[in-house]
Design a protein around this ligand. Structure first.
Ligand code: CNA
Length: 244
């Protein structure tokens, strides 16, 4: 008979107690409990109707051709500056502080791990908090984007682009290398809140060669059969039960 979620939480707790190096790999599902919709859940952005499909609007070709429409969608749906960390972000920050967790590898762009206090966060898809002028390279914070209507422009007249990785764009090399190394050195890998369908990010979990892999996700994913423990539950609810 399959173990209950609480029995599985106990197993995870035991692994964490005995682990030297835990790494967390997460996606948009880590922030749904903070009120930010993911892409592929029932209430996710991919199930909603827009003038263009979200995966089109979040492509580099679309950004270059239709910056106004990009920014309308981005500001309304992706720029979650008021969102607050949930129990998952808080517990991961605590685990790092106590020396239990060496890194958070995230596909999210919302900055909530840092808001909760995590330091070693490798952002594979960039961050809404970093923006730059496409003409002169000047850096801007998120206020420059959130406080203006329309397409944000630099003092030099160039268009400002968020440092978030759009479809067709490469991933930041530094974050990728650090994430790969962290996962390779981990003895426990916790994968959570991700459909593991967005590549190359999802490929990173293949670098894991440690002792145990736990997967916490509401929907099934390609990694279920490979994980040592699959908790079909909310990541915030699971991690809030872990004691460190
Ligand atoms: P996804 O493809 O939307 O998958 C999310 C997964 O999380 C699904 O399998 C859900 O079943 C699961 N899920 C949702 N809520 C929970 C929960 N509370 N507990 C456990 N599981 C849950 O998202 P991925 O991250 O896999 O896809 C990668 C994209 C999504 C990246 O490019 C992100 O930048 C992008 N994204 C990020 C944000 C954000 O920064 N918060 C929001 C929306 C999309």
């Amino acid at each position: 008979m399959e173990k209950s979620v609480s029995e599985k939480v106990k197993i995870l707790q035991d692994w964490i107690n005995n682990a030297k190096n835990v790494v967390f790999f997460g996606g948009a599902g880590v922030s749904t409990e903070s009120g930010i919709p993911d892409f592929r859940s029932e209430n996710g952005l991919y199930r909603q109707k827009f003038s263009y499909p979200p995966e089109v609007m979040l492509s580099r070709t679309f950004f270059d051709a239709h910056p106004k429409e990009f920014y309308e969608f981005y500001k309304e749906r992706m720029l979650a500056v008021d969102a607050m960390p949930n129990a998952a972000h808080e517990k991961l920050a605590q685990m790092e502080k106590k020396g239990k967790l060496s890194a958070v590898v995230t596909q999210n762009i919302d900055g909530l791990h840092q808001k909760a206090g995590s330091k070693a966060v490798y952002e594979l898809h960039g961050s809404i908090y970093r923006n730059f002028c496409m003409r002169c390279g000047k850096a801007y914070g998120v206020e420059k984007i959130s406080s203006q209507s329309g397409v944000p422009h630099c003092d030099c007249g160039g268009i400002i682009k968020p440092s978030v990785v759009l479809y067709e764009e490469p991933l930041p090399e530094d974050a990728w290398n650090k994430a790969a190394q962290a996962i390779e050195n981990a003895d426990i890998l916790i994968i959570a809140g991700t459909s593991l369908t967005v590549y190359p990010a999802a490929y990173l979990v293949q670098y894991f060669k440690g002792d145990f892999c736990a997967l916490i996700n509401l929907a099934e994913t390609s990694a279920d059969p490979k994980s040592d423990l699959f908790l079909r539950a909310k990541v915030g609810e699971v991690l809030s039960q872990i004691e460190v």
